[in-house]
Design a protein around this ligand. Sequence first.
Ligand SMILES: C[C@H](CCC(=O)NCCS(=O)(=O)O)[C@H]1CC[C@H]2[C@@H]3[C@H](O)C[C@@H]4C[C@H](O)CC[C@]4(C)[C@H]3C[C@H](O)[C@]12C
Length: 327
Amino acid sequence: MCTAATYKTKDFYMGRTLDYEFAYGEEVTVMPRNYPLHFRYMGDMSEHFAIIGMAHVADNYPLYYDAVNEKGLGMAGLNFVGNAVYAEPDTEADEKENVSQYEFIPWVLSQCSSVKEVRSLLMRINLVGTPYSEMFPAAQLHWIIADENEAITVESVKDGLKVYDNPVGVLTNNPPFDIQMLILADYAGLSPKQPVNTFASGVDLNMYSRGMGTIGLPGDLSSRSRFARVAYTKMNSRSGDSENESVSQFFHILGSVEQQRGCCEVADGKYEITIYTSCWNAAKGIYYYTTYENSQISAVDMNREDLESSGLKRYPLVNGQHINYQN
Ligand SMILES: C[C@H](CCC(=O)NCCS(=O)(=O)O)[C@H]1CC[C@H]2[C@@H]3[C@H](O)C[C@@H]4C[C@H](O)CC[C@]4(C)[C@H]3C[C@H](O)[C@]12C
């Protein structure tokens, strides 16, 4: 399971949890403007927007899981197993741009500066299932793409490519996004305020606890429940505008859906955990993260790199708990 969210204070933030039973060996990876991009069907791009995000780097190629570009456009891929269906490459139709699922993030972030531009790029795209290599078969994903003004969800399904407005700015996994939004109506009565007794007239109900307006918010780990929980948390979130207050609040939002080892068994003795949680400041190009083993927030600032260069800059994740002893 994975969860992604957007958050707006003075700046715009976005990030995700990466929940899985093993890590592929990911690193915070900065792709500068002159890193040569070789697309499978779409030729080469020698200059593009700079990108920072989490990637597994294979043969010096960044296989991004989530990333943001220097224009403040961000994107994350989350599992969509059983529903993701990719097209076959169409090399006959000139107007279609064949893009493999593993290069969808660099394709979009290298050339679009807003969701508005992404929408028109998507009209021309033919998202194909060509794998990166034998070792890395096509991942079955769907994506959230957002800037400070709006968010969309992109799903490649058997009926073709679907692009949904995402008014809550969150994404988890199955079922498809339109169903997740429909199910959200089940929770329309929830509120951060204490409920008003509309149960029946003449019955005096004692509001014996705080938080009773959220009774019914699902606490389980299924993706439909995480969708409702993180949407509620994000939509009701309040924080100060400063960088520290915003980042800290963002990690609390995704903390509402984090996974502890032992609670979700995916095979005999194998458990899904929140391997990392990311949060980027889209305007400043700062990528913050924590890992399962390290709750201290680490950060990589894209603008401290030479963005005119041509080589990837890779930062292995800082792991191991850093405890601040006070005596
Ligand atoms: C496993 C990750 C998704 C985690 C997730 O959504 N978990 C929920 C599990 S479930 O729904 O509840 O089953 C996905 C997210 C991004 C994916 C990676 C990126 O797409 C980049 C490449 C793409 C290649 O095709 C495969 C390797 C890969 C390196 C992918 C491996 C894996 O599929 C990743 C890491």
